[in-house]
Design a protein around this ligand. Structure first.
Ligand code: TYM
Length: 319
């Protein structure tokens, strides 16, 4: 097993990233057997596809690395690094640029969402973003790529690029990477809008739980989370048309490592006045230790920087 995945170091890590991706990274690292390898990286090159403030990107890269360490990524077992330190990512992106087709990239929903009708004024980096993502995983011949549901399309593109490259050049160079999407939390939604995913770029901070949020802020955000009036039903099927309620139940189940059915069996007939405080307590119990560990890690930034430097060295050798 060669596990590879990345995260953009823009803004703070939120509950969607944690439940949808990072927890799987840690689980896969912990399940590693002899000969397996895990590589996790901060996608600071991808961040350049949008306007950035250089000092902020550098600080966020370090902060996000510390957050991953606090979540349980162990640099003795996993290779943790930032993409910009490994030039082969950019080099392979250029090579794969000869294989990726304009039509494939034009169909990417992230491109369509972010560029909207203003495609011509966007950076070419935003358009070719998925080719760099393909390079990220193909570079290491990844077998498993743990991601949230929103990244599945980019991984399918990586498979298409790998297959076409192999066919065009008559080689068996790139194995097709397998997206590994969490079953418990494939897509955590915004707390303000059940139709939008929880996202670092949502202008409303109330839409997401950040891993650095204080206990009372977590409780307040869940208390103010948008919901409907009826009490919780007895089965998940009855939540089909209740996106906000379904999202909160999904979050509860993922945090408690149980199923939505089990959560509803416990809370059936209860209102959100009971459920939201229980959810907040659970979230605080899971997140507070991570937040404390993050503060400890951030007190020694040089140690975090050293982890990244060492990780990059190992990644460069493999790449
Ligand atoms: P990014 O930084 O947006 O998100 C990092 C990871 O978190 C997952 N995720 C979510 N999962 C569930 N619910 C949500 N609301 C939610 N929001 C985010 C994402 O699916 C992702 O797994 N392009 C990637 C970074 C990247 C990458 C790669 C990933 C660059 N190269 C190679 C995998 C392999 C991104 O912007 O993720």
């Amino acid at each position: 097993m060669r596990v590879v995945s990345g995260i953009q170091p823009t803004g703070n890590l939120h509950l969607g990233n944690y439940l949808g991706a990072i927890r799987q990274w840690v689980a896969m690292q912990d399940a590693m057997r002899a000969g397996d390898q895990c590589l996790f990286f901060l996608a600071d090159l991808h961040a350049l596809s949008q306007p950035i403030v250089p000092a902020d990107l550098a600080a966020n890269t370090l902060g996000m690395a510390a957050t991953l360490l606090a979540c349980g990524i162990d640099p003795d077992r996993s290779i943790l690094f930032n993409q910009a330190r490994v030039p082969a990512h950019s080099e392979l992106q250029w090579i794969l640029g000869g294989t990726a087709r304009m039509g494939w990239l034009s169909r990417m929903t992230q491109w369509k969402d972010k560029a909207g009708r203003q495609g011509d004024s966007q950076s070419t980096g935003l358009f070719t973003y998925p080719v760099l993502q393909a390079a990220d995983v193909l570079l290491y011949k990844a077998s498993h790529v743990p991601v949230g549901d929103d990244q599945k399309q980019h991984l399918e593109l990586a498979r298409d690029i790998a297959a076409k490259f192999n066919a065009d050049y008559g080689v068996e160079l790139f194995p097709l990477p397998e997206p590994f999407v969490s079953r418990a939390a494939p897509r955590i939604m915004s707390l303000r809008d059940g139709a939008a995913k929880m996202s670092k770029s949502d202008p409303s901070d109330a839409s997401r739980i950040n891993l650095i949020d204080a206990d009372d802020l977590i409780a307040q955000k869940f208390r103010k989370a948008r919901t409907d009036a009826p009490p919780l039903p007895g089965t998940p099927g009855e939540l089909a048309d209740r996106a906000e309620a379904r999202n909160l139940v999904t979050i509860y189940a993922a945090l408690a490592d149980t199923t939505p059915a089990a959560v509803l069996a416990e809370f059936a007939g209860q209102g959100f006045g009971t459920f939201k405080p229980a959810l907040a307590d659970l979230a605080i119990a899971v997140l507070a230790p991570i937040r404390d560990e993050l503060a400890r890690r951030m007190a020694d930034r040089e140690a975090v920087a050293a982890v990244l430097a060492h990780g990059a060295e190992r990644a460069r050798t493999l790449a």
